[in-house]
Design a protein around this ligand. Structure first.
Ligand code: GDP
Length: 296
């Protein structure tokens, strides 16, 4: 079920609540059941859904309020709070510091949208007045450097990469040193992806990380992968200890449940969502407004 459908389902459950002449445990149960079913079919992890169900039941005390309107409000608030909790790990993402080099290292599987996202966040910070540069340490995928070069040129962002050097650690370090010396404030390092979570990929990530010592590592994840999200996010968290997540492809058939499960599995905040292939197709992620948007 895509995000818009999830929103429609939850809203229709709320409408049922408005129509019910008397709000009792039975009405509450059927509302919670409908919401849980909608979340499950959006690929939200089953344990999270069970916790949400238990919390709503715990936080809504129908005995306390006699008045129907108040009961409705209390139920709606409890549901909203729990939906927000699902996407809010209450962990602060890294905040770059002005007038010094802030190194961002991007990790993720091939095809997740890493290279595209690198330029998107570079352009985002550049618009805000930061001095930003890009380093392409993806030597695995043929054409990765050309792609980054093209994107960077379009966005007028300085970049570094090599057609001849095959060691991504060397490129990453050279690029970071160069831009540090030139007083760049945000240096974004794009790393290789693989199709699978392979040992080699994780080893390479660790080597690049210990060479460039990133201030923050950002995990780029395909928002359309559904139930696979939890395992993938956990594996990358263990190998790369990322500080935050960017969910891509949230414009298409993203179910959203993957995003929710990734946050919960790693206690890491989503900072942006990708909403298309173009440079400007990226939005800041904020749990409350995300949930409000899902609900229309
Ligand atoms: P990488 O292998 O992780 O570096 O992935 P790329 O940056 O090359 O992206 C893979 C494909 O996903 C490309 O065709 C991108 O245009 C596309 N893509 C990346 N982000 C988004 C997004 O937010 N929405 C959509 N619809 N497509 C995206």
């Amino acid at each position: 079920m895509v995000l818009a459908d999830l929103g429609r389902k939850i809203n229709s459950a709320f409408t049922e609540l408005t129509k019910a002449p008397v709000i009792d445990e039975k009405v509450l149960d059927s509302l919670v059941k409908e919401i849980c079913a909608a979340l499950l079919s959006s690929d939200v992890n089953v344990r999270l859904v069970q916790r949400l169900r238990a919390n709503i039941k715990k936080n809504v005390n129908l005995e306390e309020l006699a008045n129907g309107a108040n009961k409705r409000r209390m139920i709606e608030k409890a549901v909203m709070d729990e939906l927000c909790n699902l996407v809010d790990p209450e962990a602060e993402p890294y905040k770059p510091v002005k007038r010094r080099a802030n190194i961002f290292m991007m990790v993720g599987l091939q095809g997740a949208g890493k290279t595209t996202t690198c330029t998107k966040i570079a352009a985002f910070y550049q618009r805000k007045g930061w001095k930003v540069a890009l380093v392409c340490a993806d030597t695995f995928r043929a054409g990765a450097f050309d792609q980054l070069k093209q994107n960077a040129t379009k966005a007028k962002i300085p970049y570094y990469g090599s057609y001849t050097e095959t060691d991504p650690v060397v490129i990453a370090l050279e690029g970071v040193e160069k831009f540090k010396a030139e007083k760049f404030e945000i240096i974004i390092v794009d790393t290789s992806g693989r199709h699978k979570q392979e040992v080699e990929l994780f080893e390479e990530m660790k080597q690049i990380s210990s060479a460039v010592k990133p201030d923050t590592t950002i995990f780029v994840m395909d928002g359309t992968i559904g139930q696979a999200a939890e395992g993938q996010a956990k594996a990358f968290k263990e190998a790369a200890d990322f500080g935050s997540i960017i969910m891509t492809k949230m414009d298409g058939h993203a179910k959203g449940g993957g995003a929710i499960s990734a946050v919960a599995a790693t206690h890491s905040p989503i900072i942006f969502i990708g909403t298309g292939e173009h440079l400007q197709d990226m939005e800041r992620f904020e749990p409350k407004s995300f949930i409000r948007k899902v609900l229309g």
